[in-house]
Structures are given as structure tokens and as C-alpha cells.
Design a protein around this ligand. Structure first.
Ligand code: FEO
Length: 168
């Protein structure tokens, strides 16, 4: 591993923890506003981001380098609507996809093949995450403020099962 790639992966560990905290703040807003299904969905997503951070953390250590954990900024905690929450989540995932792409490109440029193999999982995961959130945003835009449709959608989000830990 080169120092540049190590630094960039360590930075991504923080980015994933940051995403995890951000989803937790969104879950808090949703549950406080009685969207308990969306709150559940976001709690599961927060857990997933935690596993993403740990996957990179474990990778760095497995390559015999020191993983670092740094402070993260306070996430946004106030939203105007459920749509606002998920649009914010969508932007966040688009940002993470750019971060992962940049990291993958760096690993390629620096010829760190083990990191490329590890990051391949993240590239694929981002495609799935962006797709899932894009579909939720589209549905929320469709239902607008219709209470019964919003409640149906909230119930649907509440049925999300926790996913197994990657690499476990
Ligand atoms: Fe780990 Fe959703 O990015």
C-alpha cells in the first residue's frame, strides 16, 4: 500500500462513519415525526454504513497498516419533510459514490491491486444504494402530501430487514 492510498482509505473510513451518523440523525427526525417505518429503514442504513467503515478499517489492518479514526462533523438533523430526508440521503449517496470512484482511481494509478479488489465491492454497493434511494425519492415525489399514501410508504420502509455484515 502506498502512503497516499493508505491516507485516502483512512479518510474514507471517516466518510463512512459520517454517513452512518447522518442516517442516524435522519432516523431520529423521522421517528420524532411519527414516521417510524422510515426511521427503521434509516437505522438499518446507518448500521450498513457502520459495516462499510469497519470493512475498510479491517482491510487496512489486514494489510499490516494502522487504521485511523478521526472526528466527524455533526450531521444535519432538521428536515422539512420525509421527501427532504430522502433527497438529502440521495445527495449523500451520490457524494459517497464520487468518493469511492476517486479512491478506486487512486488505487489504480498507484497500482495498489489489493485495494482495488477491496474497493470493487464498494463500487458495486454504491450502484445498489443509489438505485434503492432513487426509487424511494421517486415514490415520495409521486405521493406528495397524501396522508394515506405516505402511511403506506412508511409501512413499506418499515419492512426492511437488516442485511448481513459484508465479509462476515
Ligand atoms: Fe457506505 Fe452508502 O455508502
Amino acid at each position: 500500500m502506498t502512503p497516499t492510498v493508505l491516507e485516502a482509505i483512512n479518510k474514507q473510513i471517516s466518510n463512512e462513519f459520517s454517513a452512518s451518523f447522518s442516517y442516524l440523525a435522519m432516523a431520529a427526525w423521522c421517528e420524532h415525526h411519527q414516521f417510524t417505518g422510515a426511521g427503521h429503514w434509516l437505522r438499518v442504513q446507518s448500521q450498513e454504513e457502520h459495516t462499510h467503515a469497519m470493512k475498510l478499517f479491517n482491510f487496512v489492518l489486514a494489510r499490516n497498516y494502522q487504521a485511523s479514526v478521526t472526528g466527524i462533523e455533526s450531521p444535519r438533523g432538521e428536515f422539512g419533510s420525509l421527501l427532504d430526508v430522502f433527497e438529502s440521503a440521495q445527495k449523500q449517496e451520490q457524494t459517497v459514490s464520487r468518493q469511492i470512484d476517486g479512491l478506486y482511481e487512486l488505487a489504480f494509478t498507484e497500482k495498489v491491486f489489493a485495494a482495488m479488489a477491496e474497493l470493487q465491492w464498494f463500487v458495486t454497493e454504491q450502484v445498489e444504494e443509489e438505485k434503492t434511494i432513487r426509487e424511494i425519492v421517486a415514490k415520495l415525489r409521486m405521493v406528495k402530501d397524501d396522508p394515506s399514501s405516505l402511511l403506506d410508504l412508511d409501512r413499506e420502509l418499515g419492512a426492511r430487514a437488516a442485511e448481513p455484515t459484508p465479509g462476515a
